[in-house]
Structure formats: C-alpha cells, structure tokens
Design a binder for this molecule. Structure first.
Ligand SMILES: [Zn+2]
Length: 320
C-alpha cells in the first residue's frame, strides 16, 4: 500500500463513495498535472499557493455533488496582503483558480489564513452556485458569510454547517506540485411525518467511525496519493463502501487568443495603435489564469481588416 501511496503518476481524479448504510458520503481527490498547468503563469508565494490549492480542492469536492449544469465558485476576500482567492469548478470538473495580492504588503512565510486575508475581521467568504447560462429558469445562488476559521477547511466546514445545515468534514493539502483533499459529509436521513430528516443512532455511529478514521490523515499523504482510491482504501480498508466511477478533473480557463482579439477590437484601432507605438507590441495576460497573449504589429493590423476585404490566398478556393 505504501508503494501505491508514493506513486507519482499524474492523476487528476475525483473518487466518490458512500457507506453501505448510505448515511455518509466519502470523497477524495488528487490533482497534479491539472494543478501544475493552472499555476504555470501565476507567480505566487508558497503560502498563497497552499491556500489557493486547498480552496481549489474544496471546490472540486463540492462540484462533484451539484445537481445542475453549472459551476461552484468559492471566493475568499479581505483587507490583508492577499486581496482575493477565487476558484471555480464546473459540474464536469473543469477547474480554474486565481489569487490577487496587494503589491505593497509583504507576505511572510508561515502566515495564517486570518493574517493573510482578514487582519481587520471584515473578510468575507462567498459561495456562488452558477447555473450554465443556457438553462432557462435556473437562477444563481449566492451565500456570503464572515471569513471565520483558521484554515480553508475550517471556513468551509463552518459554512456548510451554518448555511447548508450539512455536517461536513474536510482535510485539504496543497503545494506547487499537487493538491489533495478528502471530504466526509453526513447525508440527510429519511424525513418523518413532519418532513424533518431523522438521524438514526446507527447513522450517528457511522459518521463518528468515518471521522475517527479520516482524522488520522496527514498532509503528506494527501499530497502523495497519486490515486485517490489508494488513499480511501488505506483509511477505510475494514469497511465495505459503495464506489462510484472515477471522474477526471481538468484545468479549464475559457480564455483564448480569439477572445483577447475581440477585446482588442472593442478597444478600437486608435487605442491599439497607441499601445503599439509605445511598447512595440501588445501584451495581455488573462486576468484569471495569467496566460500571456502577445500581438505584434502585423497581428494588430490583421485585427482591423474587414474579412470581406481579405484576398483569398493563391490557389485557395472560396468556401462561400
Ligand atoms: Zn485564462
């Protein structure tokens, strides 16, 4: 088992389980390639990468359970050296994540979440459930609560308990190479005659049993477990669990060169030409993932050519 846990194969997967009495949900994920792709153009200090990765892992664990086509957006915001940490994960497990810092404020290594984001106690944690645009009748849900808790896991647990009335436990870990996460969630019991969910003693025992096993997990194990299955089997090897098919997670930021080109067109030719004159080229980085897009003078000239005026290349045939 140890050998499996030490596997460094890149796996970007979410694995979901239920206890056989269906009273507790168990989920684990491990991200490596997708996470490294997402950080490729983001220059962040290690302590911020850890917070961002933990929030990213949490968003995947929550997005794995949404019942609509859309996305889960989690956002930490405050007046400390880290202004904003924001992650988005779609129901299909497309993930993106970004952090915005206050340049003038130093970020000491080993800072806590509260020191980095909430020195004045005015920080906020926002959960947004955002249905895909084309779904008629679906509306966006937004919950905003004070930023309470010393860790990303504690912030989320607090939110789930007080805003969603769901007992949830999270173990999260992240560094520049990988993210790992484990979620336990108590499923609502069968409703009684008044519609109030009933919790049986045996469901309570299952919940406590799962928490006791999961509590032994350490951050290095969450980060090293290339395969979330191996992590679950290590913790719950004595229990029969109902397993669901593994789901792939991928990094997905919708920015494209074409979108940036459209943005430049909307700026207008004089504005683009003045940037060209000043800098020799137009350099734009995606506001979310930091991916750079570069347009030289020829690229910029092509932006403003009416497609109808373009001459077909010699030998090419019209497709009209
Ligand atoms: Zn992007």
């Amino acid at each position: 088992m140890t050998d499996i846990l030490k596997s460094t194969l890149p796996t970007d997967t979410l694995k979901k389980f239920l206890t056989t009495d269906k009273s507790t949900r168990i989920q684990a994920l491990h991200l490596s390639h997708a996470w490294q792709t997402g950080l490729a153009h983001q220059d962040l200090p290690p302590v911020v990468i850890r917070l961002l990765g933990e929030l990213a892992a949490a968003s995947v664990l929550l997005a794995g359970n949404i019942k609509f086509d859309g996305s889960v957006v989690l956002q930490l915001q405050g007046n400390g050296p880290v202004r904003l940490i924001m992650v988005e994960c779609t129901a299909a497990l497309g993930l993106r994540a970004t952090a915005h810092l206050r340049d003038e404020m130093p970020i000491p290594e080993n800072s806590t979440l509260q020191q980095l984001m909430n020195p004045d106690g005015l920080g906020r944690f926002t959960v947004l459930l955002d249905p895909a645009a084309e779904q008629a009748g679906a509306s966006t849900y937004q919950g905003i609560v004070p930023l309470e808790g010393e860790t990303v896991a504690a912030v989320l647990e607090h939110y789930m308990k007080h805003s969603e009335q769901l007992d949830t436990r999270l173990w999260l870990a992240a560094d520049a190479d990988a993210c790992g996460g484990l979620l336990l969630q108590r499923m609502p019991g069968e409703p009684d005659a008044t519609g109030t969910p009933q919790d049986s003693d045996s469901a309570q025992a299952t919940w406590e049993h799962c928490q006791a096993l999961a509590a032994t997990i350490k951050a290095p194990e969450l980060l090293a477990s290339g395969n979330p299955d191996a992590l679950i089997h290590k913790l719950f090897w004595e229990d029969d669990l109902l397993a669901f098919p593994e789901q792939d997670i991928r990094w997905h930021c919708p920015c494209t060169r074409e979108r940036v080109a459209n943005m430049l067109r909307s700026l207008g030719r004089p504005e683009v030409e003045s940037i060209l004159e000043e800098q020799g080229h137009v350099h734009i980085a995606c506001n979310f993932c930091g991916k750079p897009y570069d347009f030289d003078a020829v690229d910029c000239a092509t932006l403003f050519i009416d497609p109808d005026d373009m001459m077909p290349a010699p030998g090419s045939r019209s497709v009209h």
